[in-house]
Design a binder for this molecule. Structure first.
Ligand code: BG6
Length: 817
């Protein structure tokens, strides 16, 4: 064996994320469409697989002593050598690195010792092949242009001396992406083979961090390399099950054709769950996050394989890549409401440590994401496609599941297979099954067995896969498990481009993801504790075209409140002005408030047969009213009395009337008896809010008569920018209301005259909720968090239930701005 040298590991570089503003987005759509057209035209013929002629192949792994090379690449090339040595090819292998030979050689030598033979070889044959492989492998310093020129000279001399015909040169760039353009240039200027031999350059992700940076990188590479010379790796395309998605769809066409559509598919889930954290990778990861790291590439590739039009010829790379591109153009844009993001709790501390940040530094990079995609094609219209991935989850597993609708209802025997979920699961690996497999539930069809390298599994352990015992599936698995990298290396050697990411497909994928990434910049991830403790915290719900977290509860971790221990995570509500606070994203907050009101209603009805609810006007409660209308059937509307917290002195049927709003948005949609509805009497004697008509007293009498102790069960308040609440405004001399429960008040804004519950009435309530939503209220919330009680100046500070409970419901926008 020739001596091997060490390479210094090149550290992953980071690139600052550039976000698109609106004009950039439209620009990139235009550029993207142009590019797609140009590529589609230029791709003709050029993209075709190169004919293989046997001869000498030089393999150069740039970054040959790095982690990836050590873990997968040398093993993959050894397997290639074993498989190809009989096919008339000869090889030399070079591990390239920045370090001088005396450092690089020993490191490479260590790595090479670890390569092993595939199962079906005898010990002697294995030893012989390994010895040959080691002899053919050497370290070379590859730093400057001269190093590349020397390498080229060396290859040519070797060819001449041995009298070999050259088949091709394969450069595997296992280095950070920032080095690609420079290395590609050096290869182009000094290492191109002549005489019809091929050049292939293999690249690893990341290929940019958004559309624009991917485009820049693609054009830099394009100035040195032809498209057909570039092999962009997505190792998921080398996973045995992923690689079989298209052949499976083709082979089982007769079963799938009638059901592979919106009429039969309930939803598609593409999931990669991981248990590990990203400790040690933060400088890279914090710039990328889970969407760029996993969804944009691995999960998107799987999605396209599941939804693309089947090619006439599976082995035509051109057709496969073209059909993939087609599906990208049919993907509907993903809006902010179609994604939820999370971050494991310890991430914050890891970032602080690895990036040398202070204790109050918070990075919003998501380590968990669930995204809802739709394909705008008649075949898949309305079929939700969920892409989910996260670190620090309960198990390591990857799969794509196609869940079909089931219209069979078993009256007696629920264990009958016909009533169980109908699904196809492409199980990439790990999980409770532990091996890669394609599973088809027995109530669907018996799939055709994949080619000779797959076998049916009929003896099962007691394991459950996505809601079905494994015995309820037809299961097939590869006869021999192979590493994705080894598979892809053999495809590179064969020039099979359909297992790689073409420039136009890469840009199409970034074109799909970039707008979402831009809109997520302002999203605050839900913090999760990690592992089994996550419970149902990350469960999502699909409603219409939106996705949201299923649990309505607001989660503020101790960590966010200043704690640091990984175990300190618990579901808790914060405190605001010494009272309880619930905080969440607006939708969740409103859901939670609605649920709390319902709980109070049920308790009151259970105890006394009646629930008295006083509601405010303004725009904040509208979302709550809409939410409450969905509690149409379960809420005890029949036993609920609705009162007004305040009213504007306008006729009740006018748009400005709080009652009018309440009626429009809630009352007319629920079954509440008319005699349980109590608008404020602002109009008496055909005039509005005239003192001597005694409207306030009338209202006070009405509720004193019906409401036990004049204590409403639940009072919902809002708070204005000037901190007014109900219709109690700054400088309103609240003392003058004395013991009155209802008063006429003055607003600084029109309509000026108001009728309002007083603090005496409000503070008698069992529960008072103050709902504050929207960024516009952030400044107010910040001020309120600091000021002392002073109802004259800050009316809302006068809310102090004497015997009841005060809860602030503040959304993240208002709380965090
Ligand atoms: C890589 C990501 O591409 O894929 C990692 O960078 C992730 O963050 C990995 O862990 C998952 O691959 P696999 O093969 O373990 O599912």
């Amino acid at each position: 064996m020739q001596e091997a040298l060490t390479v210094q590991r090149v550290v992953h570089g980071t690139t600052a994320a550039q976000e698109l503003d609106g004009s950039d987005q439209s620009m990139f759509v235009t550029v993207f469409l142009l590019l797609v057209t140009v590529c589609a035209q230029g791709g003709n013929g050029e993209e075709r697989e190169e004919a293989q002629r046997p001869g000498h192949v030089s393999v150069v792994i740039v970054g040959g002593t790095g982690d990836l090379a050590k873990k997968y690449l040398w093993q993959g090339f050894f397997e290639l050598y074993i498989n190809q040595v009989r096919g008339g090819n000869t090889f030399s292998f070079y591990g390239g690195g920045l370090s001088p030979a005396d450092k690089g050689r020993p490191a490479l030598s260590e790595i090479l010792k670890a390569v092993s033979c595939t199962k079906d070889l005898s010990q002697e044959r294995c030893a012989l092949l390994k010895e040959q492989f080691l002899r053919l492998s050497q370290y070379r310093q590859l730093k400057d242009l001269e190093d590349y020129q020397d390498l080229a000279k060396h290859i040519e001399q070797e060819l001449q001396q041995e009298g070999l015909t050259e088949a091709g040169r394969l450069f595997y760039l296992s280095v950070p992406a920032f080095a690609y353009a420079d290395i590609a240039e050096k290869i182009n200027s000094s290492c191109r083979p002549t005489g019809g031999a091929w050049l292939r350059v293999v690249l690893e992700k990341p290929f940019g961090h958004d559309f624009r940076s991917a485009q820049v990188l693609a054009s830099q590479l394009g100035s040195s390399l032809k498209d057909q010379e570039m092999y962009r790796i997505d190792h998921y395309l080398g996973k045995q099950v992923v690689a079989k998605i298209l052949p499976f769809r083709v082979e089982n066409r007769k079963f799938l054709d009638p059901i592979w559509n919106r009429h039969h598919i309930e939803r598609v889930e593409i999931v990669l769950k991981e248990t590990l954290d990203v400790k040690g990778r933060i400088p890279f990861y914090d710039q990328y996050g889970v969407v760029r790291d996993v969804l944009q590439n691995h999960l998107t590739e799987v999605m396209t394989l599941l939804t693309m039009r089947l090619p006439m010829n599976l082995s035509s790379s051109e057709e496969v890549l073209q059909n993939k591109l087609q599906i990208f153009t049919s993907l509907l844009p993903v809006g902010k409401n179609q994604a939820v993001v999370g971050q494991y709790q310890a991430y914050k501390t890891e970032v602080q440590q690895e990036l040398n940040k202070t204790k109050d530094h918070f990075s919003p990079t998501p380590t968990f994401a669930a995204v809802l995609a739709y394909v705008d094609e008649a075949q898949y219209e309305g079929v939700p496609i969920l892409l989910i991935s996260g670190k620090m989850l309960d198990e390591r597993v990857g799969y794509a599941r196609i869940l079909f609708k089931n219209d069979v209802f078993c009256v007696q025997n629920h264990n009958n297979i016909h009533c169980k979920p109908k699904q196809i699961v492409f199980h990439f690996g790990h999980g409770s099954l532990r091996y890669p497999a394609i599973l088809v539930s027995k109530n669907l069809f018996k799939p055709v067995l994949m080619d000779g390298e797959w076998k049916e599994v009929t003896e099962h352990t007691d394991v459950n896969i996505l809601g079905l015992p494994i015995s309820d599936y037809y299961v097939q698995t590869p006869t021999e498990q192979k590493e994705a990298y080894s598979e892809l290396i053999s495809h590179i050697f064969a020039g099979r481009k359909n297992s790689f990411v073409s420039t136009e497909n890469l840009l199409a994928s970034w074109g799909f993801w970039t707008p979402l990434l831009s809109s997520l910049v302002s999203s605050f991830p839900r913090i999760y504790p990690g592992g089994a403790e996550n419970g149902d915290l990350l469960d999502v719900r699909v409603k219409g075209k939106d996705i949201s977290y299923n649990s309505e509860v607001v989660i503020i971790s101790n960590d966010q409140m200043g704690g640091t221990s990984a175990n300190s995570f618990q579901v808790m509500q914060g405190k605001f002005r010494s009272a309880d606070m619930v905080t969440a994203w607006p939708e969740e907050l409103v859901e939670r408030l609605a649920a709390d009101i319902q709980e109070a209603a049920e308790a009151a009805v259970h105890q006394g047969g009646v629930f008295h609810l006083a509601l405010s006007g303004g725009s904040s409660p509208l979302a709550l009213f809409h939410r409450l209308t969905q509690h149409h059937f379960s809420f005890p509307w029949k036993n609920t009395h609705v009162w007004m917290v305040d009213e504007r002195c306008v006729p009740l049927n006018e748009l400005e009337s709080n009652f009018h709003n309440l009626h429009e948005h809630l009352l007319q949609h629920v079954r509440i008896p008319y005699y349980n509805i109590h608008p404020m009497p602002v109009q008496i004697n055909q005039r509005l809010c005239v003192e001597e008509d005694g409207g306030p007293l009338l209202y006070e009498k009405e509720f004193s008569k019906l409401v036990n102790g004049s204590s409403f069960h639940f009072v919902l308040l809002g708070v204005g920018h000037d901190s007014h609440t109900a219709s109690l405004f700054p400088g309103g001399k609240v003392d003058e209301h004395g013991e009155s429960l209802v008063a006429l008040t003055e607003s600084p804004i029109k309509p000026h005259q108001r009728m309002s519950l007083t603090f005496s009435a409000i503070n008698k309530a069992h529960t008072v909720a103050i709902l504050v939503m929207g960024k516009g209220k952030h400044e107010l919330i910040t001020q309120l968090s600091r000021v002392k009680d002073n109802p004259d100046k800050w009316p809302v500070t006068g809310v102090k239930p004497a015997h009841g409970r005060l809860v602030w419901y503040i959304d993240y926008d208002a709380l965090l701005g």
